[in-house]
Design a protein around this ligand. Structure first.
Ligand code: B12
Length: 213
């Protein structure tokens, strides 16, 4: 196993075992080894969170452990964020990101925010449990072009549709993109969204294409 593979394995393990110390250490090592942030997220931390999800599904672990794993993930995200550039990015355009109404999951949304900031976009993060009006007001106040709504539960997918409809009702001023584990390209087509991406790395190209059109 190469040094970088070992670091990636430690990143994954730190989330699986909600080990703060290992997470800090492995994230620092990954930064020092200049492993791309997309790889740190997708191959390391994200894979660890997938295992947590599977073990939660199988009732091998329960909510407190999932919370502990999420808090561990946040430690890594905090360390990676400054590295990804926080320039205001207004030249490339503004994206409003939030988790849709009724849904408090925000790790995936935070990953997407960090990725977009790293790619030079101005990101307005309106947080979890955000209704359509909150998205639209933030977009108007910040002259945004794209609205990105995350949903992690089948029950809150409908809130993505609500955002598309509310945006339409107010003149389709913005482009709506969506993601989150239960979301799919088919679903986005069905509700009339402007884009979908499965991961935080793919969101960069998605937004780039929309901004250029
Ligand atoms: C961590 C977690 C939590 C944490 C959240 C902590 C936090 N601060 O976010 C806590 C413990 C608080 C939590 C709470 C709950 N959870 Co929970 N949780 C999870 C878990 C294990 C992982 C989610 C996660 O963070 N994944 C890691 C990130 C990096 O991945 P991601 O979110 O998919 O994001 C990536 C892509 O989807 C994409 N993406 C994400 N957003 C966006 C947005 C856009 C615009 C785009 C383009 C792309 C994009 O890019 C991201 C990066 O690659 C999932 C299991 C799972 N398999 O998803 C359950 C899960 C989502 N939770 C679930 C449930 C039921 C709940 C609770 C209702 C539990 C309860 N009984 O109280 C509450 C929610 C209450 C509420 N009203 O929202 C269910 C949902 C089931 C369903 N109905 O569909 C799941 C699927 C677990 C399960 N199998 O039962 N949860």
């Amino acid at each position: 196993m190469s040094d970088n593979d070992a670091i990636i394995a430690d990143l994954k393990k730190s989330i699986e075992t909600w080990n703060f110390a290992l997470c800090k250490e492995a994230t620092q090592k990954a930064i020092d080894a200049k492993i791309p942030v997309t790889e740190i997220m997708d191959e390391g931390l994200g894979k660890g969170m997938e295992v947590i999800g599977d073990r939660f599904d199988a009732a091998e672990i329960f909510l407190p452990q999932v919370v502990a794993a999420s808090k561990t993930m946040e430690v890594a995200l905090k360390m990676l964020e400054p590295l990804m550039g926080t320039g205001d990015g207004t030249a490339k355009g503004t994206v409003v990101m939030g988790t849709v109404e009724g849904d408090i999951h925000e790790i995936g949304k935070n990953v997407c925010c960090a990725m977009l900031r790293g790619a030079g976009y101005n990101v307005i993060d309106i947080g979890p449990d955000s209704g359509p009006q909150k998205f639209l007001e933030a977009a108007a106040a910040n002259n945004a072009k794209v609205l990105g709504g995350s949903a992690l539960m089948t029950t809150t997918l409908e809130s993505q549709r609500d955002l598309v409809n509310e945006n339409k009702a107010e003149g389709s001023k913005y482009l709506c993109i969506f993601g989150g584990a239960p979301c799919s390209r088919e679903w986005c087509d069905e509700i009339g969204a402007d884009g979908y991406s499965e991961t935080g790395s793919e969101i960069i190209d998605l937004v780039k294409n929309l901004m250029n059109n």
